[in-house]
Design a protein around this ligand. Structure first.
Ligand SMILES: [Zn+2]
Length: 212
């Protein structure tokens, strides 16, 4: 679903300033306006709280330990409904990549295409995210990535760093900064609404709604 395109948001002179993204999270996100920030509460609150602390926190079955999708309510393996969120290794590989061509002045800050990645994490989760910094190229399938974080409207979201060193410095910058900017709720599906797409052994990639 695309966000309201008739929303009158003044177009700011937003160049895709790569240099400002990792070290200055309060300066704004490289990709989208703060109006497209995801809701930090609700069922994904552990994800966002963890991200704000520089950790990638994802759900597991409390009974058997299977990696679960973000919105999953019952374990595929054992049927248990107890879910435990815990930090995982911030590493994975590109499972699939989509290059999104989208121009929405005032909401989308770049004028070039941007990638949306389906990352297969070492934890067994799959997670949809864009890149840590602006790039108009989709990375190769299978490429290793580290998980860093973007800050959109005060909400911290996972992002794939194609340069692992960048993810580490990005995380350090996050934990040293105060993220006090209030979030603005949006029901728009954006790259900042990460969705798990199933655990690794799934025979067919489950439906991934990337609606940009
Ligand atoms: Zn289970």
């Amino acid at each position: 679903m695309s966000p309201n395109t008739d929303t009158a948001v003044p177009a700011a002179p937003n160049e895709p300033d790569v240099s400002s993204a990792p070290d200055a999270p309060d300066a704004g996100d490289w990709l989208v306006d703060a109006a497209l920030a995801p809701l930090a509460g609700g069922s994904l609150a552990p994800l966002y709280a963890g991200a704000a602390a520089g950790e990638l926190t994802l759900p597991f079955c409390a009974a058997c330990g299977l990696a679960l999708e973000l919105e999953q309510r019952a374990c595929d393996g054992c049927g248990a409904t107890d879910i435990r969120w815990r930090p995982v290794e911030r590493a994975g590989t590109v499972h699939a990549a989509t290059l999104v061509h989208r121009r929405e002045p005032g909401l989308v800050r770049v004028t070039e295409p941007y990638p949306v990645l389906d990352v297969e994490l070492t934890s067994g989760h799959r997670l949809i995210m864009t890149t840590l910094t602006a790039t108009a190229l989709a990375p190769a399938i299978g490429r290793p990535v580290a998980i860093g974080f973007r800050v959109v409207g005060g909400v911290t979201v996972p992002a794939a760093a194609l340069d692992p060193a960048a993810a580490l410095s990005n995380s350090a910058a996050l934990s040293n900064s105060e993220l006090s900017e209030p979030s603005e709720p949006s029901d728009a599906a954006t790259p900042d609404s990460p969705r798990a797409t199933g655990t690794a052994p799934a025979p067919v990639p489950s439906e991934t709604e990337v609606s940009q």
